[in-house]
Write a protein that binds this ligand. Structure first.
Ligand SMILES: [Zn+2]
Length: 182
């Protein structure tokens, strides 16, 4: 797997393909069209790679940054930038991913723009619906990943316990240990 899907919804996982985005040197996980193909297959949105080219990649990254801008505005309780809303809605109006019934189950196929349309529609539901109240940013400051907190009591602190949660706990443990030996 080249990509991670910890956020509880695909548009936020997609935003997370620019890791540590507010750091001096963020990590770009969509560096090539092939990595974008991998994202659509690994996310299980598409069963076959959409065969992305450089233009698709540029379009996908543009939409990713539009989604982040809107989510960040929502998290900060600011009004949503109108140009980004228009761009999101333009993508959301696109053709759906194709679902076909076969003898061995459902097969999902589509182009990059169909995949992006699905991500845009899900973003519309998040930002326009009640689920927007569940948006959180990971408590590990270097991470900056945004996720949906569907935990009971809404007390989830990390995008993923396996990565960020354990790292923060280990750092806190080391700090306590070193404090104890001084
Ligand atoms: Zn995190």
């Amino acid at each position: 797997m080249n990509h991670a899907f910890p956020c509880g919804t695909l548009p936020l996982d997609f935003v997370g393909t620019l890791r540590a985005r507010r750091n001096a040197a963020p990590a770009e996980k969509l560096a090539t069209p092939d990595l974008l193909d991998d994202w659509f297959v690994e996310s299980k949105m598409l069963d076959a790679p959409p065969d992305a080219d450089e233009v698709d990649l540029e379009t996908a990254i543009d939409l990713r940054e539009v989604i982040y801008s809107l989510v960040a505005a929502r998290l900060a309780a600011e009004s949503l930038p109108a140009a980004d809303v228009a761009e999101l809605n333009r993508h959301a109006a696109g053709l759906p991913v194709k679902a076909q019934l076969r003898s061995d189950g459902v097969v999902h196929t589509g182009s990059v723009s169909q995949g992006l349309a699905a991500l845009a529609r899900e973003t519309v539901e998040i930002l326009g619906g009640d689920v927007g109240a569940l948006l959180r940013e990971c408590a590990r400051p270097e991470c900056t990943q945004v996720y949906l907190d569907r935990s009971r009591g809404h007390r989830r602190e990390w995008c993923a316990m396996r990565t960020c949660g354990n790292r923060v706990k280990a750092a806190a443990y080391r700090a306590r240990q070193s404090g104890a030996t001084v």
